[in-house]
Design a protein around this ligand. Structure first.
Ligand code: TRP
Length: 359
């Protein structure tokens, strides 16, 4: 038992296509981490349902995401890769956990409030105009509540179930998911307290090395794989010419100094992309470009991006031709995951007092 590797688990929603933000911020780290952990990587299609999906596209995208994961370096021989909805237990455990989750905790989640606000509704305001604790729909009340599906609210509980279903020790996530992981830890503790020791308490793993890549068009916002503006995001399968065009049109800042600085978000972003791609420190790059201009700098960033993504793109393209390989990788991942999930779910069901299934 003691020589067992700790369990690492993470996942990404299959929306849009993976971008260099995902690659540099997450997948490149996961690739390294899979060497020393018992790793589980999910394509979280159930989470994707919180946003309206086109069924045919969703179906196609899930398999494509598996190809993208592998193209970015995840290895089905070393890690368990699968699609969330293929394993029975995620929704079941989420239900149990949701009965331990006070509504207010979900309504206070920053990401929920942001998502609701993005749908165009004013939230989190009390009658007196002060910040309140819970989401209140202050205008077009009924319509607003009708168009915010409750999956959006319970999203973090499903995420907690993903993690606890495999007793994960470590969960690599971006800064924006920290609060969700906190909830997961609270729920694990709450369950253990109420029903006796069952779950491990997982830790967030926010990498120091991973870059936080910002939008090329609006560098104060995080680069998003589902951005409407296609020039804002570099996808991992972008052709060299596209990458050239996108970086050429990337927003830089006034002045011509190549220095990382809060009032130069465009240049800072390109600097951190280059640093992450080449494994160099930003000051070293600044030094190198101290007497050179934006044009030359952008060219170097462009070439580094093209070279780094070339093998990823080639692997992705060849994997999309090899559906049988993808399916067999998924089959392996799913069968290991399902065994583990059943084990934990049965334990949970027993502890909460569900009667044993007749055999
Ligand atoms: N909520 C995560 C995100 O949007 C995705 C996710 C779902 C996840 N389940 C997870 C991440 C479990 C880590 C572990 O990024």
């Amino acid at each position: 038992m003691s020589d067992k590797k700790p369990v690492l688990l993470s996942g990404i929603q299959p929306s849009g296509h993976l971008c260099i933000g995902n690659y540099l911020g997450a997948l490149k780290n996961w690739e390294a981490l899979q060497e020393s952990y018992d790793s589980i990587f999910l394509v979280v299609d159930m989470h994707a349902l919180t946003i309206k999906q086109n069924p045919a596209e969703l179906r196609q995208r899930c398999l494509s995401y598996v190809a993208q994961y592998i193209a970015c370096g995840l290895d089905p021989e070393k890690s368990h890769i699968f699609v969330q909805s293929h394993v029975i237990g995620h929704a079941e455990l989420a239900w149990v956990l949701s009965c331990l989750t006070p509504l207010g905790e979900l309504q206070r989640m920053t990401q929920f409030k942001d998502k609701v606000a993005k749908l165009g509704f004013k939230v989190n305001e009390r009658e007196d105009g002060q910040e309140g604790d819970e989401v209140k729909f202050t205008h077009s009340g009924a319509r607003a509540q009708a168009s915010v599906n409750s999956g959006l609210l319970s999203y973090p509980v499903l995420m907690a179930a993903d993690i606890l279903l495999y007793n994960a020790d470590l969960v690599p996530v971006g800064e924006d998911q920290r609060q969700h992981l906190e909830l997961c830890r609270d729920l694990a503790q709450r369950f253990n307290q109420v029903y006796s020791e069952t779950f491990k308490i997982p830790s967030a793993f926010v990498s120091k090395t991973g870059a936080r890549v910002m939008s090329l068009a609006e560098p104060t916002r995080k680069m998003s794989k589902s951005d409407k503006n296609q020039n804002a995001t570099i996808f991992i399968h972008d052709e060299p010419d596209r990458i050239r065009k996108k970086i050429a049109s990337a927003v830089t800042d006034s002045g011509n100094e190549i220095k990382a600085n809060p009032d130069k978000p465009g240049v800072t972003n390109l600097l951190s992309i280059l640093a992450a791609l080449t494994g160099t420190e930003i000051p070293e790059i600044e030094e190198k470009f101290s007497d050179r201009g934006y044009g030359e700098f952008k060219e170097v960033v462009t070439e580094a991006t093209i070279e780094a993504l070339r093998p990823v793109r080639e692997k992705y393209l060849s994997l999309t031709e090899d559906k049988s390989y993808l399916l067999s990788a998924l089959k392996d991942g799913t069968s290991v995951a399902q065994k583990r999930a059943y084990r934990i779910l049965s334990k949970v069901y027993r502890k909460i007092g569900f009667v044993e299934r007749p055999r």
